[in-house]
Structure formats: structure tokens, C-alpha cells
Design a protein around this ligand. Structure first.
Ligand SMILES: [Zn+2]
Length: 275
């Protein structure tokens, strides 16, 4: 670490649990952030400010005027710009010393698979069920830790699936595919602005802990927030031994999962993660 880095990250280095060693590990980490919207904004801002050395920021959408209420990485001047590019500008302004790779595409199939294989941590900041399952499959296949967040109306969810551990549950263990009767289109749903900030900031905290190798992650625990009552609930869950993705017969361990993920992606409507 050079003198400027020692200064920039001094308040992390002062923390006994992080120190120079932990901050060095953070600097060596490549994080994949899928979705540069309400959750992706605080995730990307904190990971960049805290010195995650390499960030790949993926979003195929453009900044819309209605995004500005909660997607704090973007500005009114950048309405119409690709969210990945707008995000890169925001992150560069905060920390020009890290590597930021904007990707203007909807990740699926082999592109998603190759990208997940190349990173250390994956952050799911998307807003639809089909993409969440495709990301989970790739993370199971490549044994990558997945930090997942969701926010709709006043309800938030966050969990970690540390798939480096074979005994860890995956997203599919908790939310089986096809169990989508309650799903609703998010384009017409309201979202309480700071809710995305709360959930996204917690995703960033979990990712930084994983990168530094400190603390206890949310693996096996789902946190549920009712921000109207401002009450948290914790649901503990275990690996589903019969899981179709991470179980012994799971397609996460065969070459089949890519085709299935693509098929699901094409056929499923754009829906929100269930609240
Ligand atoms: Zn599973």
C-alpha cells in the first residue's frame, strides 16, 4: 500500500479486525455488481470508497428521471446515459485509484458464467426473479459467495450464500423456482427511497467482510426488514438436500444449468423478488 492508500483507508486500518492485512485483501478483491439501480448504487459507492480493487458494474438500462428518487449514484444531468457508465463516473469521482469496468448488457448464459468465474464476490442487485436464479446457478457452479438484496415497497431482504462451502444453502434452497404466484411487476410498484440505501449498504458491509475475511456473514440467515414499522426479523435456513440447483442431483453441477437458466430468462416476465 502506498502513502496515499494508507491515508485514504486509515479509518479501516485503525480497526483491529481489518488493519493493513484486511485492507490489502479488500484491495485485491474483484467484485461483480449486477444491477446499477437502487441497491447497486449504495453497494457500488461503498465498495469503491472502501477500496475494493476491481469492480465490474453491469446494467443494460439507462438512467431514467424516475430513478433519481432512490438510485443515488446517478444524477439529473446523466438522465439518458447508460447506468453502467453513469455509475463508473460516480465511482471514479470518489476513488480514481480502483479499476471500474462498466458493462452495458443483460448478463445471461455463457457471458454470465464466464464473468462469475472470474470474480471473487458477486452482488445481486437485480429486480427480477429469473435473473436472480441465473446468478445463483452460476455462483453455485463456480463456488462464489453471493450477497443478495431485495427491496420493494417498504420491505427489504438481505442474505449471503457463501457457496465456497458445500454445506451452504443457495438462493434456490430458500426461494424455489416456479414458486412465483405472489410475484408482481416492479415497474408499477412503489419503493421507499432509503430502503434501497439500507439494504444496499448492508450488502456492501457483507461483501467487505467477506473480502477482508472477518466477522460472521449472513450465510444461513435471511434478514427481513419492515421499514414502515422499522422492525427486523431473522429467519434461519439450511441447505435443502434435495435442492434442484445445489443438491447432489442439482443442475448447478452439470453443464445443463446454462441452458435451463437461459430458457427461464427468456420465458419469465420481468418480476420483482418476492417481498
Ligand atoms: Zn440450493
Amino acid at each position: 500500500m502506498n502513502d496515499k492508500q494508507l491515508l485514504r483507508y486509515s479509518r479501516h486500518i485503525l480497526l483491529d479486525a481489518i488493519g493493513i492485512e484486511g485492507q490489502s485483501r479488500i484491495l485485491e478483491t474483484h467484485a461483480l455488481i449486477i444491477g446499477a439501480g437502487g441497491l447497486g448504487s449504495p453497494v457500488a459507492l461503498y465498495l469503491a470508497s472502501a477500496g475494493i480493487g476491481k469492480i465490474t458494474l453491469v446494467d443494460d438500462d439507462e438512467v431514467d428521471f424516475t430513478n433519481l428518487q432512490r438510485q443515488i449514484m446517478h444524477t439529473e444531468a446523466r438522465v439518458g446515459m447508460a447506468k453502467a457508465d453513469s455509475g463508473q463516473q460516480a465511482l471514479r469521482a470518489i476513488n480514481p485509484e480502483i479499476d471500474i469496468i462498466p458493462l452495458k448488457q443483460r448478463l445471461s448464459g455463457e457471458a454470465l458464467d464466464a464473468l462469475v468465474a472470474s470474480v471473487d464476490i458477486v452482488l445481486d442487485c437485480t429486480d427480477n426473479f429469473a435473473t436472480r436464479h441465473a446468478i445463483n446457478r452460476a455462483c453455485v457452479h463456480h463456488k462464489k459467495p453471493l450477497v443478495s438484496g431485495a427491496a420493494i415497497r417498504f420491505d427489504g431482504q438481505i442474505s449471503v450464500y457463501d457457496l465456497r462451502d458445500d454445506n451452504s444453502p443457495c438462493y434456490h434452497c430458500l426461494f424455489p423456482e416456479g414458486d412465483d404466484v405472489d410475484e408482481v411487476r416492479c415497474a408499477v410498484m412503489g419503493v421507499f427511497a432509503p430502503l434501497t440505501g439500507i439494504v444496499g449498504s448492508m450488502q456492501a458491509a457483507e461483501a467487505l467482510k467477506l473480502a477482508a475475511g472477518i466477522g460472521q456473514s449472513l450465510n444461513g440467515r435471511l434478514l427481513l426488514l419492515d421499514s414502515l414499522e422499522m422492525e427486523w426479523r431473522t429467519v434461519k435456513f439450511k441447505k435443502d438436500e434435495a435442492c434442484a440447483v445445489c443438491g447432489p442431483k442439482g443442475n448447478g453441477r452439470s453443464g445443463e444449468y446454462l441452458r435451463q437458466a437461459d430458457a427461464n430468462h427468456e420465458s419469465s416476465p420481468a418480476v420483482c423478488h418476492r417481498g
